[in-house]
Every structure is written in C-alpha cells, then in structure tokens.
Design a protein around this ligand. Structure first.
Ligand code: ADP
Ligand code: MG
Ligand code: MG
Length: 892
C-alpha cells in the first residue's frame, strides 16, 4: 500500500487520505506556488498504526524513500552535521481538531548540527534560537512535558538579561537556554533529548498518530459527530526560516475580510519570527499592508498568489506564509472561516465575479448564519466601540441582552416581576436556576462550555447566554462580579452581554434591531440604492432559495398578528394553529362551566357560549391567511391546565370550610380538580382522548371552523382550513372524530349552500400512530408529524424535565452531539417519520405530509424532511427565513 505521498502527488480533493493541510499543500505545489518541498504520511498509515500499535513496516521504508528523495532535492541530509536539512512535522486531519498534536518545527537539529546551521546561515543567534524552539516544542508535544516549565525558564532568562522579548536574547543567552531546556528534558523523562534526527522525526510522527486517540480529541469528535476511524495524516515539510533577521518574517493573511467579506489586504505580519509566534502573540504584529514598505517584491508576489488562490478555490482562503531573507514561501492555505455577514456577502460577490453559480452560492451560507443575523445586536456605530468591555466568554446562545446584574434566581424573578430587566449572573447554573433564567434577559456564567447547563438551557429557551467567562469572578455571597483588574460590578449595576461574540460589557450598550429582520418585516428595501450590503446579499440568496426549493414553509401561529408577520417572512400557510390559548383568559370561566357541567343542558350552554368566541378567532386568522392553508389543531392539553391550582384551591376551600361559608362552586371545582388530576398528564387525558370523552367539545371546535370558513366565503374570501386531530394512536379514534365532523360540516355546507373544502387529518406524534400509519392514512387527508411529542414519546423524555436535569451530562459524554429536541434524531425518531411517511403514501398516494414542531425550523432537520419527501415544514414565524433557506439548500 502507498502510505506516503510527495506534495506533488496529491491534490485538494484527497482530504480523506492526506488530511486538509496535506491536500492543500499538494494543491498549492501543483499550482506552481512556492511551497517548501515535503511529503505527507496518509491517514491510512495512522489507522494501521492505531489498529496494531505498530507502524506498518512498509511505512518506514516508504518514509525512508521519500526522505532520501527530499534530501537529494535539497542537497543536504536530515540533521547533517555541517549543513542540516531541517523539517517540520505537522498533524493534519480531515477536520481541524482541538486536542490534536501541535506542530514541531526544526526537527533535525542536535548538539552537533546546530553548529552547522550557524555556519551555513552565518547567524549563530538564529541557530541557537531554532534549537531551543525545537527542544521546547518537542518536549511539550512529543514528550508530554508541561510547557510551563520551558516558558518559565525562558521568562527567567529574559528578565535576567533585561530582555523585553525573545528577539533581545543574544546567541550566548540562547545557548545557555538550550542547556537548561535539555536538563528539563532529562529530569522529566529520565533520558536525554534525542540527538538522532531520524529518531526525532519518527517520535514526532508517532506522537501525532497517538494524539488522534487523546482524550480531548476523542471528546471533541464525539461532540461534533466526527467518526473516530478517520485517522490523521502527518506532513513532513522542509523548513524555511522566518527568524533569519529583519529581512525574514512570518504572517497570516486572508484573501478578503473574514468579518465583512470586503476585498482588500487583511492579515498580520511579524518580522524575524517563526510560525507559531504570530498566533502566540508574544510580540506585536504589524498589519499585512505594512509589508509593502518592508519588502515590496514579496508583498507583490503574495498579492498575486492570493488572487490565484481565490480564483482557484473560488472562495475566501486563509494563508500562512514565511519570508526567508526576501524569498516568499507558502506554508498553508484553506478555505477560511468567516462571520455570518461575510458569508452572505462573499457568496453574492463570487456570483457577480462569475466564479460560482447560484446553486453554489446557496451552499456557501446556512440557516444557522441567517438566524444569527436576525438577532438584535449591539450598535456597532459608536455603541459598541465606546462600550466598556470587562470580560469575554463563550458565545453560547446568540442575541444582545442588557439588564441589571443579579446573582440568584430569586432576585431575578422578584426584580423582573417588578418590571426590571435583569441579567442572571452565576458561576454556573443548575436546575434550581430555571425560573431565574426564564425571568432574565440573558445569562452570564464564569464556568462551563458550550454544553454546560446554562448554554443548553438558554439555547432551548432562546435566551442570550455567555458562559465560561473565566476571567470574571462571580462572588455569590457578596453578590458581585469582579473583573481581573479589580473592578467590581455590584448587584443592580447594569451589564450588557453579547451572546454572538461572547463579550461582556459594564453599563448599557445600545441595542439596534437586525437590518435583516427590518428587511424581512418590509421596513427596509433591498432595492434601495443606499440599502445595506448585507441586506442586498440576503435578499438575493433568499430569492435563489425560493426558486429551487421543493419544501413549502408554513408557520406555527395562533393569532392574526403572528400570522401576518409569518406571511411577511414568507410563510405559505399555517401548519399549526394551537387552539388552547383560545380557552384561557376570560374564557376560562366558560371552560370551568364545561368541565363542571352535570347535565347535557349545562354542557351545551357552556359550549354554546364558547362557539362564537372560537369562530371569531378563526375568522380573523383565515382572513390574515386568505388563500393559504391554515391547519387548526383541536384542543390538545389536559383539562386540568384550565382549572385552578390544586393546592391553592384546597387551601381556599379549607379556609372557607373552617369559617363555615364554603361556596358550592368551589367545592365542585375542587372535586373536578381532584378527578382530573393526573400523575403524568403528558401521557394522560389529552388530545383526541379529550375529544372523545367530553361530548360536544370537538364538535363545537369543528363547527367554529366550518362557520368561520362559511363567513369568510360569504365575504368573498378564500379560506383554506384543515382540521387536525392531536395525539391519535389508532385509526379508530380518528374514525369516530371524522364521522362526527363530516355530519357537522355537511350541515353547515347545506345551511350556507357552499362547499367549504375542509380537510381532516391527524398529527403523527405517538409511536403507535407512526407504526400504524398505513391504517391511519385510510381516514386522514394529511399527516403532520409532531416531532416534539414524538421525540418525547420515542425517547421517554419529558422535555420540561430532562433538558435541565441530565442533558448536560449526556452532551458532555458525547451521547448526543446536540439535544434531540433541537435537531431531529434521524436514526430513531427520524426513522419512524420516514417509515410512517412511506406507509401513509402507500395507502393514499395524495396524502399531504408536513411537520410541525421545533424541528421544522432547524437547519439539519429541514434537510432530513426534504430527503424524506415531506411537502412542508412548519415553524415559528422567526424561523421561517431559516427554513426557506435550508429548504433551498437541500434542493439545490
Ligand atoms: P497549525 O495547524 O497549528 O497552524 P502548522 O502545521 O500550520 O500548525 O504549523 C504551525 C506554525 O508553524 C505555522 O505558523 C506554520 O506556518 C509554521 N510552520 C510549519 N511548518 C513550517 C516549515 N516547514 N517552515 C516554516 N514554518 C513552518
Ligand atoms: Mg497552520
Ligand atoms: Mg403534541
């Protein structure tokens, strides 16, 4: 097997085999760009090593061959005493991964060859600087010595010499430092720093392989759902030196601004330095544009290469380069990360440049980015610039939140009830903080990462959250927040947190609405000359998406106002109108009467009073969605939700009884509350079960829908109601409801002499319904997958409980990459959706299929629903643009 590829043998499409870095080094080599020669050891070799614990014999031979070829080409041997060839050993998996081994530079230096390097370069300082770097990196990453030991020793040397930075250390200082570093190695490992260059190289390669199975790398892969069997490649690259004096240096560059997408010169450059110094921030870099003054020829060449790379990759690239005594070398490139706004702008710019087509542009953006752009944000003109940043954490849940600092849930609730906006600040949150989190504008914690309790729960609630702001100290006893430089934020002081950048500010930072939302709302026009560039880009991308998508997008909306907004955002109907809110407020009393009714007469009176109210709601809703389908779900939640709280009522009755003036109605109410009380209401008397047990309830709702439709028709409208029955488990339930519904509808159609075109379908939200979908379809005009309840019932998870109790642990252990309530569990819940869709269509080929529930607005889930062949997804109004975009991406 071929385990080793020269850089000239690979290309960018071989990422599986050569890793991202190796594949792109090969691509650049073949483009004729100046890449230092080298070769890549494949992921296959890594896999073979990890399986057997031994590098395959063929690997050693092939490495020897390629090394010999490299040596011949460079005219010197690895570690050769009088003129050493030096190499870097660089890890590079298909996906870049924290926890993987870092790069080791200057492999091949030894006590002997360091003199050769000094003689050849004529720069003794450089040679010793390179050697101390080798021992430091090798000691840390290959031998596993705590890096602090080296950096502390380096710092001591600097302060002993009064040196500000490492550049101020002289050759002799560095020579001394090498001696100290070598002692650290022998102290810590019990053996000398290896002097044989090939041994150095082989140990480094092995360390890269081993790091694939390091615990941090494994955890990261579990969380990101990256398979464990990919393995990593290793790149051996001949060294070029940026630390050879002022005409040398190293830098990073972007072909356009990764923040805005604007074309121009973006990057940083550091004179007289080796690669890792730029990111390590040990000395101040200069803007890349300054390179033009420092070294015009290299600068011009770099600009040219950046253009070549952009045209070749047809995308923004980021680049690592080094200049050795006026000669430019390319050390890495890849398609670069970018902000959400830049992603949209770059995609449309590239279309205009003719580099990509519209379908490709759709693949360059995603719904998560669009969702980010829709949050309100801190005003970047002035507001944020002048803001007083006090800390920085992990951007855990997007948005911009401003409020008074509070340090416990109780205060959060109390203050928010009295109308204050609060930010809940905790070291970390736990299930006891739930109500406080709900009451707060945003949540800030000093501990924990993206999967911490605070992060998971805040995302579920849609609350802004910054977590793990470690430099801020939360003192819950004294109720204050201490910054690193000793400032104190007391309870009640205003703070602002940015859940999109992770930044934390003292005081109030002005918040501005998202221009993208202003555009969707119709308050900003993409056509205007002065329109925001981002809005123009979003407008174009949305148009592409709408043109190609097959899935239709509907909204979950219960009132005319939400429906109207949904329509502005592009909804093509309502996929879920919940009717339960129509029973709350003042209408509660009527519901109580219905529940307490002893006689048919009483019940009919209560229903009769509810009917016109329901009908009125529907008339408004059908009007705002005129011409578009509106799926109305009949009453779903358990009845006791409409009755008073059992404890409160018991106390009231007991007190009244002790005063001997108990009121008849309260007593009956209490009885009813007891009767309806359920240990587990989620699995109790709700949905269709209610409809079948309380005579007349569903009939009243169906009558309201039919009469509202008739009224709209009479007014010249085009109502398109669809009646949806919740929580059906068996076709018999649906048959009973349908029989009654058809009678009522026929009656109203006769009365008004119209055809109302009403359809009747069911939610598929119980495993039994999914498993018997073929039977249920006999009696249903449509299915709407209720994936929230289906997830709850398939997993036996109560969403209200488990997200806050053990999901953090599950996410940390990598059992899920993401909550199954956020992204559909394709293998479990998803496979039921798929088989139920197939079975339903087998019975009734024209069965309309949709999904309502949070998953309808989740990017990954939308792709799944497209693949399964559903007709539409339905989601909350704000997610509609996201769903439209992802439906377009799925189809393009
Ligand atoms: P990372 O993936 O962390 O960027 P790299 O392998 O790219 O790791 O290397 C770390 C730093 O060392 C980079 O700045 C890179 O440019 C530099 N570097 C790597 N190989 C060489 C080399 N052969 N010559 C000079 N600098 C190098
Ligand atoms: Mg790099
Ligand atoms: Mg449900």
């Amino acid at each position: 097997r071929k385990f080793v590829y020269d850089f000239s043998e690979g290309n960018k499409d071989l990422k599986d085999l050569l890793g991202g870095k190796g594949a792109n080094l090969a691509e650049m080599t073949n483009l004729g760009l100046p890449v230092p020669p080298g070769f890549t050891i494949t992921t296959e070799a890594c896999k073979a090593y990890l399986e057997s614990g031994e590098a395959p014999a063929a690997l050693r031979d092939q490495v020897s061959e390629h090394l010999a070829a490299l040596e011949a080409r460079m005219g010197k041997k690895l570690g050769q005493a009088d003129d050493p060839l030096l190499v870097s050993v660089r890890s590079g998996a298909k996906f870049s991964m924290p926890g993987m081994m870092d790069t080791v530079l200057n492999i091949g230096l030894s006590d002997e060859s360091v003199h050769g390097l000094a003689a050849q370069s004529g720069d003794e300082r450089f040679a010793w600087d390179s050697y101390r770097r080798l021992i430091q990196m090798f000691g840390d990453t290959v031998l596993g010595i705590d890096g602090e030991r080296f950096s502390e020793t380096l710092d001591e040397a600097k302060s002993a010499r009064g040196a500000k930075t490492d550049v101020d250390l002289k050759a002799d200082d560095l020579k001394e430092l090498v001696g100290k570093f070598k002692s650290i190695v022998s102290e810590e490992t019990g053996r000398e720093f290896p002097q044989d260059p090939r041994e150095q190289m082989d140990l480094a390669v092995r360390a890269v392989f081993d790091s694939w199975n390091g615990s941090r790398a494994r955890l990261y892969r579990r969380q990101e759902r990256i398979p464990h069997d990919l393995g990593t490649a290793v790149n051996i690259c001949s060294m070029v030196f940026g630390n050879l004096g002022p005409d040398s240096g190293t830098g990073v560059a972007f072909t356009r601004d990764p923040a805005s997408g604007q074309q121009g010169v973006y990057g940083d450059y550091l004179q007289n330095a080796q690669g890792e110094d730029v990111v390590a921030g040990i000395r101040n870099t200069v803007p890349l544009a300054d390179l033009e003054q420092l070294d015009k020829a290299s600068y011009d060449q770099l600009m040219q290469i950046m253009e070549t790379l952009e045209n070749h990759y047809r995308d923004l690239c980021d680049i690592e380069f080094t200049i050795e005594r006026g000669k430019l070398w390319m050390l890495q490139t890849r398609v670069g990360k970018r902000t959400a706004a830049a992603a949209f702008r770059i995609a449309t710019q590239l279309v205009d440049q003719g580099l990509i087509d519209e379908a490709e542009a759709l693949q360059r953006v995603n719904g998560t980015q669009l969702a980010q752009l829709m949050f309100p944000r801190f005003d970047s003109n002035g507001g944020v610039k002048d803001a007083d940043q006090i800390g920085w954490g992990i951007a855990a849940s997007p948005g911009a939140a401003v409020g008074k600092a509070v340090f416990d849930s109780y205060t959060a609730i109390k203050w928010s009830r009295s109308g204050e906006k609060v930010i809940l600040i905790r070291r970390e949150t736990n299930p006891d903080d739930l109500d406080g989190m709900l009451a707060a504008e945003g949540i800030l914690t000093s501990r924990g990462g993206k999967t911490s309790h605070a992060a998971v729960v805040a995302r579920g609630m849609g609350k802004t959250c910054v977590c793990g702001a470690e430099e801020l100290e939360v003192d819950t006893k004294r109720r204050c927040l201490k910054t690193q430089d000793g400032r104190v934020i007391e309870e009640g002081d205003v703070v602002s947190i940015d859940g999109s950048s992770g930044k934390v500010y003292a005081g109030e930072v002005p918040v501005v609405p998202s221009p993208v939302v202003e555009y969707f709302e119709g308050r900003m026009h993409a056509g205007a000359d002065d329109a925001d560039e981002l809005v123009k880009a979003v407008h174009r991308i949305m148009a592409y998406a709408d043109r190609v998508r097959r899935l239709r997008v509907r909204a979950n909306a219960d009132n005319a106002e939400d429906a109207a907004r949904a329509r502005r955002f592009g909804a093509q109907g309502i996929g879920l109108c919940r009717t339960e809110h129509m029973f709350l407020g003042e209408r509660r009393e009527l519901v109580e009467r219905l529940i307490l009714a002893d006689t048919e007469n009483e019940r009919e009176q209560a229903l009769g009073a509810l009917l016109p109210l329901q009908k009125g709601d529907f008339v408004e809703l059908f009007e705002s969605m005129d011409g578009l389908p509106v799926t109305v779900r009949l009453l779903d939640p358990p009845l006791h939700e409409f009755l008073p709280d059992i404890t409160e009522l018991s106390v009231r009755v007991a007190l009244a009884e002790s005063r001997k003036d108990a009121n008849e109605n309260d007593l009956r109410l209490l009885q009813a509350v007891h009767r309806l009380h359920e240990q587990n209401p989620m699995l109790g008397l709700r949905g269709v079960r209610l409809g079948l047990v309380i005579p007349g309830l569903f009939t009243m709702q169906i009558r309201a829908i039919a009469e509202a439709s008739a009224e709209r028709k009479a007014a010249g409208g085009d109502p398109r109601a669809e009646i949806m029955i919740p929580l059906v488990g068996t076709v018999q339930e649906l048959e009973l409801v349908r029989e009654e519904a058809e009678q009522v509808i026929a009656e109203i159609e006769r009365e008004h002499n119209v055809d109302l075109g009403l359809t009747l379908g069911t939610m598929i939200e119980l495993p039994r319904a999914a498993l018997t979908a073929g039977q249920i379809a006999e009696c249903a005009d449509f299915f709407s997958f209720g994936t929230n309840d289906l997830t709850q019932t398939v997993w036996a998870f109560s969403r209200d409980d488990v997200e806050a109790s053990f999901f953090t642990a599950y996410l940390e252990k990598g059992i899920f990459g993401v909550s199954p309530f956020e992204t559909i569990d394709k293998d479990g819940v998803g496979s039921l959706v798929r088989s139920a869709a197939e079975a339903g269509r087998a019975t009734r080929p024209d069965l309309k299929l949709g999904v309502c529930g949070e998953h309808g607005g989740d990017p990954e889930s939308v792709h799944f629903f497209h693949d399964v062949g559903l007709d539409y997804v339905s989601c909350s109004p704000f997610r509609i643009p996201v769903a439209r975009l992802e439906a377009g991406r799925a189809a393009a």
